[in-house]
Design a protein around this ligand. Structure first.
Ligand SMILES: O=P(O)(O)OC[C@H]1O[C@H](OP(=O)(O)OP(=O)(O)O)[C@H](O)[C@@H]1O
Ligand SMILES: O=C(O)c1cc(=O)[nH]c(=O)[nH]1
Length: 195
């Protein structure tokens, strides 16, 4: 018989340290790579290997919810541009639920659906609600800004953009200037030992 998993959440310092360790071990890929923006870089942080990982996913939820709370940002829903953002939003939703809070997740489609409900933002309605737009990582900030626009078009009140890893390539400055909301990140590229 398999021993039951210990479902108790680690404290935040432990969660953060373990998540950093897992990101370094599993997500950082060195080598020349083309990015979403078409730019080239010498490393890639494949955070899907983290957000869809059996242990790391729970840590992502805890750490990202804490990031938003520490910044004093209100949230009733979390999500962003599919697909990198999708498991980040759902992890935060589950972490909030563990803490007895009600936070929904949502998904912003890259293109508005042309049939069915014809929505770009899927999930419980964000209309009139405080929404944090999330990302796994940001480079130019373009994906997060697309999500902000989609949420605003759906009537949501964007309170912040929050990402797991910031690559320090101008996303913070661009998002804060163009969207007019704070840009938060859980880990800097320096913490990952990247230059
Ligand atoms: O700040 P940006 O320049 O927009 O780049 C960051 C985006 O790139 C990646 O997604 P990608 O576009 O590869 O799509 P995916 O989420 O569907 O994998 C990542 O998940 C971010 O969404
Ligand atoms: O800019 C991107 O496309 C990008 C960078 C990165 O480090 N990781 C990722 O998933 N996308």
């Amino acid at each position: 018989m398999t021993a039951p998993l210990d479902s108790a959440l680690p404290d935040l310092a432990t969660a953060r340290a373990r998540l950093l360790e897992l990101i370094k071990e599993l997500a950082v890929v060195h080598g020349r790579v083309t990015l979403s923006s078409g730019k080239e870089a010498d490393y890639y942080i494949d955070l899907r290997r983290i957000t869809l990982h059996h242990e790391a996913s729970q840590l992502v939820g805890q750490v990202m919810l804490d990031l938003v709370d520490r910044a004093g940002v209100a949230l009733e829903a979390a999500g962003g541009l599919t697909m990198g953002a999708d498991p980040v939003g759902t992890a935060m939703m589950h972490a909030a639920r563990e803490a007895g809070r009600e936070v929904d997740a949502f998904v912003v489609r890259k293109v508005q659906k042309s049939y069915g409900m014809g929505r770009q933002v899927e999930g419980p309605s964000v209309e009139g609600r405080k929404v944090v737009v999330v990302e796994d990582t940001s480079t130019t900030g373009g994906s997060a800004l697309t999500a902000v626009e989609g949420v605003r078009n759906a009537g949501g009140n964007v309170t912040a953009v929050a990402v797991i890893v910031d690559r320090a390539t101008g996303a913070k400055e661009r998002i804060e200037a163009e969207a007019g909301v704070p840009y938060l990140y859980a880990f800097s590229k320096d913490e990952l030992g990247l230059d």
